[in-house]
Write a new protein. Structure first.
Length: 320
């Protein structure tokens, strides 16, 4: 640890929300401008922006206590490393630590782009190793059970359409929330999605997915509202609402342990690959910037094939 940095910093102090925390004026000003940028330019959800805020306030507290409130343009690489070290000593997981480093990386990149600093002190710093883990795979039969509407009520038809859209097009929950009626072309059978960083992609609209959406829209009401999926008050659903709807639907299915929207997105990608879809095509459908993010699904399908082979092939070496 560098001279002047003591072990008394409590990294847990701002593990919750960062409301009403006293910050130096230059810290507060930079933070406010960065969060506005995330909301307005990057169109991040309130939940995501809140996570950035918590991470950065924790870092600013470290700067105030351990670095004597060092100005942002004076912060160096070893200061970032000392902060990450303090976070890890207090037992934060590798995943949480990596997220904090990612928040700092984005923040200082923004400061470079806006001319506040000349170079990012986070450049070249690697985060802790992360194990890429996927939720347990839903079978096609389990998905079919989860997608069936309970009845003909508006809420049931809406929930079924939500499930069909996530599984049919591989959407993230936040992408589903942002979906507007004009984004869906029932004639050309396409759906326009705004993903991370406001990047748009055009996806095919499956016949069952289209039918489920049309059944819901026929009874939805609120014709002036552009959002596709609405709550009972006619307002756009939130990400949290989507998560709860998916949780309820998947919880009804026997043998399902993962009950979040990503489990459906995971099934979407894996089922495509198992049926012979090209990896690059699946990458585009998922909206992954890097092929490496998609390749994890191929590892899973290979493992499943290996287990099937070991059980079934007479010369696999596993037969008794």
């Amino acid at each position: 640890m560098k001279a002047g940095v003591n072990s008394g910093f409590d990294a847990r102090r701002f593990s919750g929300y960062a409301d009403n925390v006293e910050l130096k004026p230059d810290y507060r000003r930079a933070l406010t401008q960065f969060l506005d940028y995330l909301r307005k330019e990057r169109r991040f959800s309130n939940h995501t922006v809140r996570s950035y805020e918590n991470d950065l306030v924790q870092f600013f507290d470290f700067c105030a206590e351990q670095l004597n409130g060092k100005p942002l343009n004076k912060i160096e690489r070893h200061d970032i490393r000392d902060f990450i070290g303090a976070v890890m000593r207090y037992g934060y997981t590798n995943k949480s630590t990596a997220r904090k480093l990612s928040s700092l990386r984005s923040f200082f990149r923004y400061l470079v782009e806006t001319g506040v600093i000349n170079a990012s002190p986070v450049s070249g710093i690697k985060g802790p190793a992360l194990e890429k883990r996927l939720p347990p795979l839903l079978s096609e039969f389990q998905v079919a059970q989860a997608l069936a509407p309970l009845d003909d009520s508006v809420s049931s038809l809406r929930d079924a359409a939500i499930m069909e859209t996530i599984y049919g097009s591989g959407l993230r929950a936040a992408e589903l929330v942002g979906l507007n009626i004009q984004d869906i072309d029932f004639n050309d059978r396409t759906i326009r999605v705004r993903g991370k960083g406001s990047k748009e992609r055009i996806l095919p609209l499956g016949s069952k997915e289209a039918a489920a959406i049309q059944r819901y829209l026929a009874v939805r009401g609120y014709p002036a509202e552009q959002a596709v999926f609405l709550n009972r008050r006619g307002k756009r659903l939130t990400t949290r609402s989507i998560q709860e709807i998916v949780r309820r639907a998947l919880s009804r299915v026997s043998g399902v342990s993962a009950t979040n929207p990503h489990a459906l997105r995971h099934a979407f990608a894996t089922h495509l690959l198992e049926r012979g879809a090209d990896l690059r095509a699946v990458q585009e459908l998922l909206g992954h910037a890097s092929l490496a993010s998609t390749q994890i699904y191929t590892h899973l399908t290979v493992e499943r094939l290996r287990r099937i082979y070991d059980r079934a092939h007479p010369r696999s070496g596993e037969q008794s």
